[in-house]
Design a protein around this ligand. Structure first.
Ligand code: MIC
Ligand code: SF4
Length: 646
């Protein structure tokens, strides 16, 4: 049977029997990645699993999210990750080496292999023809321990690209166009597979920009074929031995098809406060810009920054603009420094930041009150920049650079700016992996260092037959994990300290929620559509678990968050009748009778004791996940199995 690129990789890694969309499949995992903000939990969970050897071909622990180290907490976490990585034979990418996804693309991603990462933008490696999926921490820990990942086989959407981008239109505009058409929930349960003659006109960093932001569609992953452009990139990284050609077979069958004519695209912007509020920049007039930031795993490659340098060459940025640039990796920064390009950036007035996530996760560079900030990032959720009143627009590096010069959100076409079209991908990249520590598995000898910031994480308890409690909060549609567990500079250092974080859970929606949850000894959360969109952070489930949340009732869930809830023993329930959402009020008392037997089925009855009504809720999860809920979480389930096998 003719197969698509994704189907080929899945079928080569299939551990379970069949590949039927909508059904649970198990695939073997070749590589994993973690970053520091999710990594401490992953490695604590790996330790809790009690294995002394990992089963993946390569696993990499990156330090990139919190590199500010404003107190000892993060340095402590880094040390923990570094020592635990050494114990298990996991590569350790030191702080300053770069953003996990950029470095992974440069140094580790392999076409045709599978990658599971504890970060939602792991699909960046899909730009290289790798099946790369973002997941919650415990799924990544289990993938390291058992070499496998369970998920629901998605539908495959063919995105047929035709034509060639016009000057000043960019890869960012391709994915913004898709977000405009499909919205932040349009990709749930789907893999976006790029095809068509337009693919040949996109470099690997451009493809990676697109697959990176497929996460904003809610997609399981996005993938490009692996072709001669992939080969040239790998060769330039001195990794041509990793090359494997992968093309979709003639006649491959896709579940859906979308057409994008690249020549029709113009510069676009995602307006505050959602990546799908996309409009052409030509339609926006007179927006004065206070801050411009270029970087993040979406747009911080060498070619992105060379273009920016060309546009800024011999220019000075507007007086009222603060421009900051965070190169994606040490390789990118070193190359800019070596060939003098960095000087153009510095001379224009840019502030050069460390190679890390930095402002993208609110670690520094929070913009002024009520300001406008243009960013080349992938998320502009309210408050994520660290300034609640700021208006963040997501744009391409070209638009960001042009706007830094003019001081207004600028459509760069016809502006007389320097042309960058002749800039080509480098024939060779500057390669020096001395910030990646490759450690042999040294399990017996290595001492793991645990600073005082590392606290035990909560474990779910086996499901009780009666679940009763109050609705502690009712929120609307598209609630992000940044709402559920905010991560600004003040909180990111406490990712290893769930009790501390619990004081901030859902506070962007209601600052009294944590107090109310504690006073009532837990209860229920009610949400709208696409609840839990955005990041993979498991903390958005671990912290509610700590607060005693038993179930979340919503109109629909984002993929990773739904899995994180189940993995931590919280029941994700979907309204069969969306109108029942309107019927529920905060502090209504809910009751789930015979929970253990109900969880075994697809339909769960929830009584609202305050209203004397009963709601039919759908529990659309796999048989394995039902077992996980009954045991009170994935770790409990695995341990139980091991004890029974002993
Ligand atoms: C993000 O971009 O939201 C993050 C911060 O990288 C998260 C991971 C985290 O919260 O640690 C993600 O994308 O999964
Ligand atoms: Fe880091 Fe931002 Fe990318 Fe998340 S989206 S991995 S915070 S650069």
């Amino acid at each position: 049977m003719p197969l698509t690129v994704a189907q080929k990789i899945i079928s080569e890694h299939l551990v379970s029997e069949k590949m039927i969309s909508g059904e649970e499949i198990i695939i073997s995992i070749d590589q994993t990645l973690t970053q520091d903000a999710t990594g401490t939990m992953v490695y604590l969970q790996l330790e809790a699993l009690g294995v002394n050897k990992i089963k993946t071909k390569k696993s990499v622990a990156y330090i990139d999210h919190n590199t500010l180290q404003t107190g000892p907490e993060n340095a402590d976490d880094h040390l923990y990750i570094q020592t635990v990585a050494k114990k298990y034979g996991i590569y350790f990418s030191k702080p300053g080496n770069g953003i996990c996804h950029q470095v992974h693309l440069e140094r580790f991603a392999v076409p045709g292999e599978t990658l599971l990462g504890s970060d939602s933008h792991t699909p960046t490696a899909g730009g290289m023809g790798m099946l790369a999926i973002g997941a919650g921490g415990v799924d990544v820990a289990v993938a390291m321990a058992q070499g496998e990942y369970h998920f629901t086989m998605p539908k495959i959407v063919k995105v047929n690209l035709t034509g060639r981008l016009n000057p000043w239109a960019s890869a960012k505009d391709i994915i913004l166009e898709l977000l405009k058409r499909l919205t932040v929930k349009g990709g749930v349960g789907k893999i976006f597979e790029y095809a068509g003659e337009g693919v040949k006109n996109l470099s690997i960093p451009q493809r990676a920009t697109i697959t990176n932001m497929g996460a904003e569609l809610g997609a399981t992953t996005s993938i490009f074929p692996s072709d001669e452009i992939t080969f040239e990139f790998l060769k330039a990284q001195k990794r041509e031995k990793d090359y494997l050609e992968i093309q979709a077979d003639e006649g491959a069958i896709y579940d859906e098809e979308i057409e994008i004519d690249l020549s029709q695209l113009e510069p676009l912007a995602a307006c505050p406060h959602s990546p799908d509020k996309v409009v052409p920049i030509s339609s926006i007039k007179n927006i004065k810009v206070d801050q411009v930031i270029i970087g993040s795993c979406t747009n911080s490659s060498y070619s992105d920054l060379v273009k920016v340098a060309r546009i800024l060459e011999d220019k000075t940025i507007a007086e009222h603009v603060s421009l900051a640039i965070a190169p994606g990796s040490k390789q990118v920064l070193a190359m800019l420094a070596q060939n003098g390009t960095l000087a153009s950036l510095i001379m224009s007035g840019a502030r050069i930041l460390e190679c890390a996530c930095g402002p993208c996760i609110g670690m520094g560079q929070s913009p002024p009150t009520n300001s406008v900030s243009l960013r080349t990032f992938n998320r502009n959720f309210k408050g994520r920049s660290g300034t609640l009143s700021a208006k963040v627009y997501l744009v391409s590096p070209e638009v960001a650079a042009a706007s830094a010069i003019t001081g207004y959100l600028t459509d760069p076409r016809g502006f007389g700016l320097k042309d960058y079209s002749e800039i080509k991908m480098p024939k060779t990249f500057l390669i020096n992996d001395n910030m990646i520590i490759a450690s042999a598995n040294n399990y017996e000898e290595v001492e793991v260092i645990r600073g005082p910031n590392i606290k035990p994480f909560p474990l779910g308890k086996p499901l009780l037959s009666k679940i009763q409690g109050k609705v502690l909060i009712k929120v609307g549609d598209n609630i992000t994990t940044d709402h559920i567990m905010p991560s600004p500079a003040k909180l990111l250092p406490y990712r290893s300290n769930i009790p501390y974080l619990s004081n901030y859970c859902l506070t962007p929606c209601d600052e009294n929620f944590p107090k109310r949850a504690k006073a009532n000894k837990g209860g229920f959360i009610v949400g709208g559509a696409n609840y839990g969109q955005g990041s993979s952070r498991e903390h958005a489930a671990l912290v509610p678990l700590y607060l005693g949340i038993k179930a979340v009732l919503a109109k629909s869930f984002a993929r990773i968050h739904q899995a994180n809830l189940v993995n931590n023993g919280i029941i994700p329930l979907v309204f069969e009748n969306p109108e029942d959402y309107d019927d529920i009020n905060e502090m209504d008392e809910l009751l789930i009778k015979d929970a253990i037997s109900q969880v075994k089925g697809k339909m769960i009855k929830v009584r609202n004791l305050a209203k004397g009504k009963e709601y039919r809720m759908i529990l659309d999860i796999t048989p394995r996940q039902r077992e996980i809920l009954i045991q009170g979480g994935l770790l409990n389930t695995i341990r139980l199995k091991e004890n029974t096998n002993d």
